[in-house]
Design a protein around this ligand. Structure first.
Ligand code: 3PG
Length: 207
């Protein structure tokens, strides 16, 4: 996958997934793919996230595997070593962005203000995660950013749901949205894979 813009085009929804038990990683990824969602942003919010990433990379090649919640250069290195094919951070610092951009995988930096969008654009990136989308101002805020800066494409994430997604997806500067609603904790821990496939189907149908 050449660049972050192509990452945004894989699915109308990027599932933001947190997995505590690595045994759940492969079935969750397969359940999403079965529902037509062939991309995953696996967060580094659990101690076993890298192990989950390795399993998905090895066993579910049909899914584009991203690592989310990248806060440090060391986490970015570890995620790529574990098989991450793209990196997502909730926000940007200069040193983190410098480091991620050397790793040879697409990077989706998180932004929430016009100044941050401009700083990332200056680095030559025009695909960004808009986080936290709902609290930061929702579709109206993104539409307003699009007036002076139409060349940036966003993946709004944070407080987005099946119901609110269309309001974002109808904007010219939104290619996809992100959200954790496809993999509710109860469904993952209860191993209700068919439920995850059902939610993925609903998300895929937004495209
Ligand atoms: C993220 O890391 O992108 C968010 O935690 C996902 O937000 P949501 O849980 O509100 O979908």
């Amino acid at each position: 996958m050449a660049d972050a813009t192509s990452v945004l085009h894989v699915s109308p929804v990027i599932p933001v997934v947190t997995i505590a038990d690595p045994q759940h990683a492969v079935p969750v990824a397969r359940a999403l793919a079965d529902g037509g969602v062939r991309i995953i942003e696996l967060t580094l919010r659990t101690g076993s996230a890298l192990e989950s990433m390795k399993r998905i990379a090895a066993e579910v090649p049909e899914i584009l595997l991203g690592a989310g919640t990248i806060l440090t250069p060391a986490q970015a290195d570890a995620a790529v070593a574990a098989g991450a094919q793209f990196l997502v951070s909730p926000g940007v610092t200069r040193s983190l962005l410098d480091h991620m951009l050397q790793l040879g995988v697409p990077v989706l930096p998180g932004v929430a203000t016009v100044g941050e969008v401009m700083a990332v654009l200056e680095r030559g990136l025009s695909a960004m995660k808009f986080f936290p989308a709902g609290p930061a101002g929702g579709p109206k805020y993104l539409a307003a950013i699009g007036a002076p800066i139409p060349e940036v494409q966003f993946c709004p994430t944070g407080g987005v749901s099946l119901e609110s997604a269309p309001g974002y997806l109808s904007l010219p500067n939104v290619t996809c949205v992100g959200g954790s609603w496809l993999t509710p904790r109860a469904a993952v821990e209860g191993e209700y894979w068919a439920e995850i496939t059902r939610l993925a189907r609903g998300a895929a149908a937004l495209g």
